[in-house]
Design a protein around this ligand. Structure first.
Ligand code: SF4
Length: 413
C-alpha cells in the first residue's frame, strides 16, 4: 500500500489530554503538570473541574520569572510538591508531567522526580513524563506515562499475559471474564493489565511475559517491556467483532489454548454484537469516510468501519506509522483511496475539500470550521474517552459514527 508522507503544520491536541482518562483509571495517582496557564486551561476544560471531590490533577504554573530564568524553578517545584503531599496523604504515586514551557526552559523533571522520591524516603513514588505538544499527538501522553511506569514494575519469571493500554474498568472486567472462559485460569496463566487500577499494585514483567496491546499508540511502552524481556503478541486491535475475535485468538495462540475454546467463549458475545450492529450497518453502508491524523486509532477504526459496516475509506491519515504495532491492522485494512502519514494541514484540507466525504473524523479544533463548510464531522478524541473496545461495545462504536450522519440528515429537512 503506497503511503503519502507529509510534514508540515499539525492540528492536534497535546499529550496532557491523556491525564483525563489516566487519572480516572489509576486511582491512587496524582498528575501535577508543570506548565503554563494555557496548560491549566486545557486540562480544566478537557477534564472538567471537580467541585465536590478532591481532584487528582493540578498545574504548577510557571510564572514569567521562571520562564525568564530569574527564579530557581526546582526550588519552587519542591515547595509545591511538599505542600501537595502534606495536604494529600492519600497520594501513592505522583506524576510530574512535563509541558511545552517546562521543556523549552529545559527543566529536568526526571532529576527532580528522583530528588523528591529520595526526600520522601519511599512514602510516595514520584515519576516524570512528558505530555507536551512537542510530541506528535495527544495519545502519546499515555504512552510516555506508561513508559515511566515500566522500570517500577516488579520482575517475574512465570508465564503471564499483560494487556497494555488504558481500558475503562467495565471493559477490563469483560475481557477478564473472556480470558477466564477461554482457559487462562485453567492453565494458571494470570492476566494483568497496564495501567492497573492502582499504581501501588503494578503488574510484574519478565522473560515469560507476553504483551498484548489494547491500544495502537503504546509503542514506546511495549518497547520498554520488550527491553525487560517480554514478548509482543502481534494482533489487530479489539475494535469490532472481527478485531476483538482476532485479538483474543492471538492471545490464546500465544499460550497454546485451542481455537475451539476461544470460539466457545466468544459465541454468545459475538451473537449479541452482530445483532446490535445490524441497524448501524444499514445507516453506514456505502458512506464515504476520511480520517485526519489525530489519535493513532485511524487504522483499526477504518478497518472496522470498512469491513464490518460497509463504509468506503477515502483518506486514512495516521500521525505516524509504527509498523511493529500496525502490521496486523495493515494486513486487514481494505485499501483506502489514500493512506497518509504525518500532516501538512493546508494540503490535507485541500484534499478533503476535493474529496467531500460523507463523514470526516478529526480533532476538535477542525470540527466546527469543517461543519461550517458543510462537512459532517466526528471528534476523534471522543473515541479515546468512550468505552469502545470489545464485543459488547461494537454496536456503541458503530453508533458513534452513525450519530453525526443522522444529525446532518435531520438538519437537512
Ligand atoms: S503542553 Fe504545550 S500544547 Fe499542551 S497546553 Fe501546554 S503549552 Fe499548550
Amino acid at each position: 500500500m503506497a503511503v503519502l508522507r507529509e510534514r508540515g503544520q499539525r492540528e492536534v491536541f497535546c499529550g496532557l489530554a491523556g491525564i483525563v482518562w489516566l487519572h480516572r483509571k489509576i486511582q491512587d495517582a496524582f498528575f501535577l503538570v508543570v506548565g503554563s496557564r494555557t496548560c491549566a486551561h486545557l486540562l480544566q476544560s478537557a477534564a472538567g473541574v471537580m467541585i465536590f471531590a478532591e481532584p487528582r490533577f493540578a498545574t504548577a504554573i510557571l510564572q514569567d520569572r521562571d520562564l525568564a530564568g530569574m527564579a530557581d524553578c526546582n526550588e519552587e517545584l519542591d515547595r509545591v510538591v511538599h505542600e501537595l503531599l502534606a495536604r494529600r496523604p492519600d497520594i501513592g504515586t505522583l506524576f510530574l508531567v512535563g509541558s511545552c514551557p517546562s521543556e523549552v526552559i529545559k527543566l529536568d523533571l526526571d532529576t527532580a522526580a528522583e530528588r523528591l522520591t529520595r526526600e520522601q524516603q519511599g512514602r510516595v513514588r514520584i515519576l516524570a513524563y512528558s505530555g507536551s505538544g512537542i510530541e506528535t499527538t495527544f495519545t502519546q501522553g499515555e504512552d510516555t506515562c506508561l513508559t515511566a511506569l515500566v522500570p517500577e514494575m516488579p520482575a517475574a519469571d512465570d508465564p503471564a499475559l499483560l494487556v497494555v493500554g488504558t481500558l475503562p474498568d467495565i471493559v477490563e472486567d469483560q475481557f477478564r471474564r473472556l480470558f477466564s472462559a477461554m482457559g487462562f485460569d485453567a492453565i494458571d496463566a494470570p492476566v494483568h493489565f497496564l495501567p492497573s487500577r492502582t499504581a501501588a499494585e503494578l503488574p510484574p514483567v519478565g522473560a515469560a511475559t507476553k504483551v498484548l496491546a489494547a491500544q495502537p499508540f503504546v509503542g514506546d511502552t511495549v518497547a520498554a517491556l520488550v527491553a525487560r524481556g517480554a514478548e509482543l503478541i502481534e494482533a489487530p486491535y479489539p475494535f469490532g467483532v472481527e478485531g476483538t475475535r482476532a485479538w483474543l485468538g492471538a492471545a490464546a495462540a500465544a499460550f497454546d489454548i485451542p481455537d475451539v475454546q476461544v470460539d466457545a467463549a466468544c459465541a454468545g458475545p459475538i451473537a449479541r454484537a452482530e445483532r446490535g450492529l445490524e441497524r448501524y450497518r444499514e445507516q453506514l453502508a456505502g458512506k464515504r469516510i476520511s480520517f485526519l491524523p489525530d489519535s493513532q486509532l485511524e487504522l483499526p477504526l477504518g478497518r472496522f468501519l470498512a469491513r464490518e459496516c460497509g463504509m468506503t475509506l477515502v483518506e486514512v491519515g495516521v500521525p505516524y506509522l509504527d509498523r511493529r504495532m500496525m502490521d496486523a491492522e495493515l494486513a486487514l485494512l481494505p485499501t483506502p483511496e489514500r493512506l497518509s502519514e504525518g500532516q501538512d494541514l493546508e494540503a490535507q484540507l485541500d484534499r478533503l475539500r476535493a474529496d467531500r466525504p460523507d463523514l470526516t473524523v478529526c480533532g476538535l479544533g477542525l470540527a466546527n470550521p469543517l461543519e461550517a463548510e458543510g462537512l459532517t464531522t466526528k471528534w476523534s478524541i471522543e473515541l479515546v474517552f468512550s468505552p469502545v473496545h470489545g464485543f459488547d461495545q461494537a454496536p456503541d462504536l458503530a453508533e458513534l459514527f452513525a450519530r453525526p450522519l443522522n444529525r446532518r440528515a435531520r438538519l437537512a429537512f
